[in-house]
Design a protein around this ligand. Structure first.
Ligand SMILES: CCCCCCCC/C=C\CCCCCCCC(=O)SCCNC(=O)CCNC(=O)[C@H](O)C(C)(C)COP(=O)(O)OP(=O)(O)OC[C@H]1O[C@@H](n2cnc3c(N)ncnc32)[C@H](O)[C@@H]1OP(=O)(O)O
Length: 194
């Protein structure tokens, strides 16, 4: 046992998340963090192509249209794909905090089946920060941004540095990323975090 706690409830001495002064303005689109990301990259033919937008405070919204490649049961979205959509939306909260954060824990409730061609209206919000941990929550609604909740998740993201990727990623993709000025720009935006 490592002794770490993986509870989804913030500890008593957690603090409210603080929106970074240079965070994208409410309504502004948050770009993809990596061209080949399954969640947000434009270079993944069967990816989710999520485009998140900054909201008020430390919140984001995004839409995802379920396509045939995302099925689990006939005509229905795969649960893992829906969890990915929530995960990706939560991941983009890092842009508002100006930290790179990866998913530590993601607990998902699947409330309603989501048919192919449905648009999932996603919303995510950071609730509290404790050290490197970001406690956050997300919903996916169908039929419109105020429609019924189809999926919901609570999560703990953990802040990491760019080195996390360099140390752990497969060499060929890391080398390609380091050689791509746009990717380096994304990484730098986080590394200069005061
Ligand atoms: C090449 C250059 C260019 C690169 C540029 C890149 C820019 C990228 C920009 C943006 C990227 C955003 C990407 C979003 C994508 C969507 C989100 C995903 O799908 S992310 C993928 C899935 N997740 C993982 O792969 C994590 C795998 N896990 C790990 O790597 C480690 O376990 C990690 C980093 C999570 C923690 O390991 P430790 O060794 O750094 O830290 P420890 O000491 O274990 O934990 C720190 C604190 O966090 C808590 N913690 C750790 N794991 C937890 C868990 N599972 N649940 C709750 N708390 C946890 C611990 O209890 C500890 O808390 P206490 O300080 O003691 O209070």
């Amino acid at each position: 046992m490592s002794g770490r706690t993986t509870a989804l409830t913030p500890p008593g001495d957690a603090v409210p998340p603080v929106r970074h002064p240079e965070a994208p303005a409410p309504g502004e689109t948050i770009g993809s963090h990596y061209e080949h990301c399954f969640g947000c990259g434009g270079g993944q033919p069967h990816g989710l192509h999520l485009e998140a937008r900054a909201g008020e405070g430390v919140s984001v919204t995004a839409e995802f249209r379920v396509r045939e490649a995302h099925q689990g049961a006939p005509g229905l979205a795969h649960g893992g794909v829906l969890a990915t959509a929530l995960d990706e939306t939560l991941g983009s909260l890092g842009w508002l905090l100006r930290v790179i954060a990866v998913t530590g824990r993601l607990e998902t409730d699947f409330v309603r089946p989501v048919p192919v061609d449905t648009v999932l209206h996603l919303q995510a919000e950071a609730l509290a920060v404790h050290g490197r941990k970001i406690y956050c929550t997300a919903t996916g609604r169908i039929g419109g941004p105020d429609g019924p909740v189809a999926v919901q998740a609570d999560a703990v993201f953990v802040e990491v540095k760019v080195d996390h990727f360099i140390a752990n990623g497969r060499k060929q993709e890391i080398q390609a990323a380091l050689a791509d000025p746009d990717q380096v720009k994304v990484a730098r935006a986080f590394e200069v975090n005061p």
